[in-house]
Design a protein around this ligand. Sequence first.
Ligand code: CUA
Length: 167
Amino acid sequence: MHLHKYEKIWLVFGIGSLIVFLLILGYGAFWQGTHPQSHGATIDPNNIESHEAFQPENLGLTKVEEDKYIVNIVASAFNYNLGVHEEGAPVRKIRIPKGSTVLFQVTTPDVVHGFNVAGTNVNMMVEPGYISSLETVLDNPGEYTIVCNEYCGVGHHMMYATVEVYE
Ligand code: CUA
């Protein structure tokens, strides 16, 4: 079979790109730990409080044991509900000691939102009817902004909260 010179160039380019893409995918999956959820957890979006994790008193940061935390969040237009302080003001910032294992569980009653703890590997899509969860270890001290990276309406850019990882 005779192949034209340009066909050979395109074949090499095409196969080469495929290999490069697979290497990038493999690097993300096996070295950086990027992966989809192991299973889908569902919830009634019209009655999220029927799930224990999203009852008002269980929102925000909860210490489970030494160095283990759970953070339950309800994302809605245009806010992340992390519970309330004792005096009634909404929690805008959670503080977690460095090296802790943290399980984030997020759901929404309205539209699709994003949940990205910028600068970490926590980056989830939050869809009505599902619980998005991800466990991670926060090793680097600093302030991280939780941002919504799915356009959800006019207040999309005002949707944020803060995670502080301290020594
Ligand atoms: Cu919520 Cu964009």
